[in-house]
Design a binder for this molecule. Structure first.
Ligand code: MG
Ligand code: MG
Length: 246
């Protein structure tokens, strides 16, 4: 789908709300807070900006953010979990403004973290930038995944296969999907006006995943740490424009 200028303007607004949620939630992350506190901050920002949540009630999801600590990859439900020194915490959230969606995620350290955890965060974020850099008119979509995978695997990590990025617009998850790995074919040609949520999930161990009994939380099958970074990005004549950047 190619979005026109008016649509891109609305998506920029939604992206700015998501960026503000990132900024405000990052500011409270420290040992002793609960994952529910992160959701509370997100709700406040959404309300203040007159935006709706695309996470709340999504297939029944009970919160405006996903909070996924340590070996949890994605879709963690905010609750009583207390962040502890040395944890990493992935926060994924979104906003709807005038019917248009933004979606972005980050993984943050809680206090001082181990060197290997820090390296996982750095590599995963770097893999996101490598993927974003492929979002140029004329490129093929799956060059994104190839770039993400190259960065993650060169560092000795693995990319999750079971969960992927996506196009975004009037729905949070639109076709086509954006794998974070080379799926064996180049995929569709990228055009100005395409908007994607690029979101590498990188595991310190193997790529296999397991869903917990709550029906949402997804963890690494081998118990290794996992990180997740995501932005919503439009392809413009001048290259990628990131809507969810603080
Ligand atoms: Mg997301
Ligand atoms: Mg997403």
């Amino acid at each position: 789908m190619r979005r026109n200028e008016d649509e891109l303007t609305k998506m920029r607004r939604a992206g700015r709300v998501v960026a503000e949620i990132h900024e405000r939630t990052k500011a409270i992350i420290r040992p002793g807070i609960t994952t529910r506190d992160i959701d509370k901050v997100s709700r406040e920002v959404l309300e203040r900006r007159g935006a709706r949540s695309n996470f709340l009630n999504y297939h029944g999801f009970p919160a405006t953010v996903c909070t996924s600590p340590n070996d949890m990859i994605v879709h963690g439900i905010p609750g009583d979990y207390v962040l502890t020194e040395g944890d990493i915490i992935s926060v994924d959230c979104g906003a709807i403004v005038e019917g248009y969606h933004g979606d972005a995620a980050y993984t943050a350290p809680v206090g001082e973290i181990a060197a290997e955890a820090r390296r996982l965060l750095e590599v995963t974020e770097r893999s996101l930038w490598a993927g974003i850099d492929q979002l140029r008119e004329g490129n093929r979509l799956h060059e994104v995944g190839r770039a993400v995978q190259a960065v993650a695997e060169a560092a000795g990590f693995s990319v999750v296969r079971n969960y992927v990025g996506h196009a975004i617009g009037t729905a949070m998850h639109e076709e086509p999907q954006v794998p974070n790995y080379w799926p064996g074919n180049p995929g569709p040609k990228l055009k100005v006006g395409n908007v994607f949520a690029i979101e590498p999930m990188v595991n310190a161990g193997g790529p296999e995943t397991r869903e917990l009994a709550d029906g949402w939380s997804v963890v690494t099958a081998d118990g290794s740490l996992s990180a997740h970074f995501e932005h919503t990005i439009a392809i413009t004549e001048h290259g990628p424009e990131i809507f969810t950047l603080a």
